[in-house]
Structure formats: structure tokens, C-alpha cells
Write a protein that binds this ligand. Structure first.
Ligand code: GLN
Length: 231
């Protein structure tokens, strides 16, 4: 009989912004994409029998890239918000986060968001941190493309504070240069959950949610979680 040719796996084009460790980052000098989101999307790709290709872009370019059809999924620690849900499909939540204020270690005046009125705040452009900063009365918000620039601005004392996702701030303080000069102050703000984003009404959204659920059931999600955040 005639053998059926094995079909080449379809490509899943994934967009990310890799200055958001431990969710997505590139080790110094490496082009490899590392992190929790990257492991998760690769596991989802396997589940869907698709070949995962990861593309590096600005955080604020992800939703336009989905809408233009240049990528199929954004995996970028993207918080599920009503505005985004209007613009794109968002998957079921896969990680619970929130925002925090980060200041210089020697800053004793700022104890949280309430002491930031009329002060300079650095954020990554297009993020929920940027939205939160914009609500602080009189704040001078400085937007940057990468979180590397955001933290450098704090280090150089170009701003009083940074508003960023809690797990990213914690990881930066535990592992990065941040532990030399920065600290978290105040409470966690804005309970947020991360979701994967797809073009509005993408046929893949249902499949991605199914894959997420399967990975939670078969223990793979827990393995990836433990790898990055401990058991
Ligand atoms: N979770 C935040 C947001 O969705 C920040 C994401 C990021 O910087 N990658 O806006």
C-alpha cells in the first residue's frame, strides 16, 4: 500500500518582549528565549503538534502584530484586562501576579504608591504598570521600551520609583544587579492574571485553552512552575 506522507507540523508564531525575567528573557549574549512563559508556550506547541517560533518585539507592538496577522500568539506576561479583551482574544489565566512600587534602597521617604504624587515614575510602555502610574496625581511618567532601561533609570536616580509586576521585581531583586540598589515598598496593587493573547476570534484560542488545561491535568504545568518559582 501507499504510505501516507507525514505532514510537516504547522508553525506557531509567538511574539514576546524578553526583558521580563523570569517569564521571558535572554541570557547575556544569547539569542535563546528562556523563562516560564517560553517553557509554557513550547509545551503548548508540543500539545498542539505545532512548531514554535519565537519573535522578539516591543511590548506595545504585540497587540498590533496579532491584529496584523504577523504573529499567532503573544506570550509576554500580559495581564488580562477588559481593554485588551476588547482588542484581542485572551486565554484562560495561567499565572496570578500584581503590581508593586520599587524605589532606591536609600529612599526612606517613599513607602508606597501614596508618596509618589508629583514624582517621577519609570515604566515599560503599554503595560498595566504604565496605566497605574498615569493615575498618580501629578506624576511625571517616563515610558521606556524595555525593563532594563526602566531599572537603569531608577539606578541613575532619573526617577523616584518604578511600577512593575511583583514577580518580576522580586526576581530582579533576588537574582539581578537590582539587589545592590533597589527595594520593593508598600502593598501589592491591582491583582492581575496573565493570559496568552491571540487575534480576535482566532480558531486557535479554544485549542490553546484546551492545551493549557491538559498541561495542568498531566502535571506538566506544575513542573514548569516549580522550575521557575520553586514547588
Ligand atoms: N503584566 C504587565 C502588563 O500586562 C506587564 C507585562 C510586561 O511588561 N511584559 O501590562
Amino acid at each position: 500500500g501507499e504510505k501516507k506522507k507525514a505532514e510537516a507540523p504547522k508553525v506557531l508564531r509567538v511574539g514576546t518582549e524578553p526583558t521580563f525575567a523570569p517569564f521571558e528573557f535572554q541570557k547575556d549574549g544569547s539569542k535563546e528565549f528562556d523563562g516560564f512563559d517560553m517553557d509554557l508556550i513550547r509545551a503548548i506547541g508540543k500539545q498542539l503538534n505545532m512548531k514554535v517560533e519565537i519573535l522578539n518585539m516591543g511590548f506595545d507592538a504585540l497587540i498590533p502584530a496579532l491584529n496584523a496577522g504577523n504573529i499567532d500568539v503573544a506570550a509576554a506576561g500580559m495581564s488580562i484586562t477588559p481593554d485588551r479583551q476588547k482588542a484581542v482574544d485572551m486565554s484562560d489565566p495561567y499565572y496570578v501576579a500584581g503590581l508593586v512600587v520599587v524605589v532606591n534602597k536609600d529612599n526612606t521617604a517613599v513607602k508606597g504608591i501614596n508618596e509618589l504624587n508629583n514624582k517621577g515614575i519609570a515604566v515599560q510602555i503599554g503595560t498595566t504598570g504604565a496605566e497605574r502610574a498615569a493615575k498618580v496625581p501629578g506624576a511625571k511618567v517616563k515610558n521606556f521600551n524595555t525593563n532594563a532601561e526602566v531599572f537603569l533609570e531608577l539606578k541613575n536616580k532619573g526617577v523616584e520609583a518604578v511600577i512593575i509586576d511583583k514577580p518580576v521585581a522580586e526576581y530582579f531583586l533576588a537574582t539581578g544587579g537590582g539587589k545592590d540598589y533597589a527595594k520593593i515598598v508598600g502593598d501589592t496593587m491591582e491583582a492581575e492574571s496573565y493570559g496568552l493573547s491571540l487575534k480576535k476570534n482566532s480558531p486557535l484560542t479554544k485549542e490553546i485553552n484546551k492545551a493549557l488545561l491538559d498541561l495542568k491535568k498531566n502535571g506538566e504545568y506544575d513542573k514548569i512552575y516549580a522550575k521557575w518559582f520553586g514547588a
